[in-house]
Design a protein around this ligand. Structure first.
Ligand code: PEP
Length: 253
């Protein structure tokens, strides 16, 4: 059985005070979730320690939204995986399309970050996805496959077991235009097929692949019903505790 996971990417939203309130609401509402649904929130770096402390021992895990590509040293303004681990956070979102687009994150950089994250015992949530032109040109499968091959195919089988993948078509992020459940399923199945070829059935079938891109309470049920969709990476809707939890309740019974 693959893990069912719903992760909330808060992006650059909430002050520490707002974040504390939102996390407390999510924590409270998470009590009503089935045991086997894993819930993760990814607040800004500045909130990690406080929120991880508050949520310790509960159902909600804490993730960063990025990490440095170096272990430590003279990299002013950067945050290392060791620092993230020391806050009590357990996951690191990597390769989000906003990081790829605005901060020039390449596969080469992402491979370093994924490796560092795994080496320190944290779980990477590796994001991939095509832009609209690539989908319109019918190149989406090839684009996503390349993103996966250039980074994840450099991992060992043992390392890959600790990776979560998030498929996020860039044209669906923050646009209100979600992929259809069929579009999500066919890409997730394609990703899993790639994983089978490289890592074998056992690893591929154990890897959680999340869908991200304008996922909301009113479309999550249909998307999560697809066999290769193991949950969601949620942006906008994760900033409302009720919506976030409603999405986490959308798995087939
Ligand atoms: C995201 O940024 O990861 C995301 C999925 O955003 P949204 O849900 O707002 O489209």
């Amino acid at each position: 059985m693959r893990k069912q996971i719903v992760a909330g990417n808060w992006k650059m939203n909430t002050t520490l005070e707002d974040g504390l309130k939102l996390a407390a609401q999510v924590n409270e509402l998470s009590q009503s979730l089935p045991q086997d649904v894993e819930l993760i929130i990814a607040p800004p770096f500045t909130h990690l320690h406080t929120l991880a402390n508050k949520l310790q021992g509960g159902k909600v895990k804490v993730s960063s939204q990025n990490c440095a590509a170096w272990d430590k040293g003279a990299y002013t303004g950067e945050i290392s995986v060791d620092m993230i681990a020391s806050t009590g956070a357990s996951h690191v979102i990597l390769g989000h399309s906003e990081r790829r687009e605005y901060f020039g994150e390449t596969s080469e950089i992402l491979l370093k970050k994924v490796k560092l994250t795994l080496d320190k015992g944290l779980t990477p949530i590796f994001c991939c996805g095509e832009v609209l032109d690539e989908r319109d040109a019918n190149r989406h499968f090839e684009v996503v496959q390349t993103q996966i091959e250039e980074v994840l195919f450099n991992l060992t089988e043992g390392e890959m077991k600790n990776v979560i993948i998030a498929y996020e078509p860039v044209w669906a992020i923050g646009t209100g235009r979600t992929a259809t459940p069929e579009q999500a399923q066919e890409m997730h199945a394609h990703i899993r097929k790639c994983l089978v070829k490289k890592f074998g059935n056992a690893v591929a079938n154990a890897t959680s692949i999340l869908y991200g891109g304008s996922c909301k309470p009113d479309n999550a049920v249909e998307i999560f019903a697809k066999p290769d969709v193991d949950g969601g990476l949620i942006g906008g809707a994760s900033l409302k505790a009720e919506d976030f939890i409603a999405i986490a309740k959308s798995f087939p019974k």
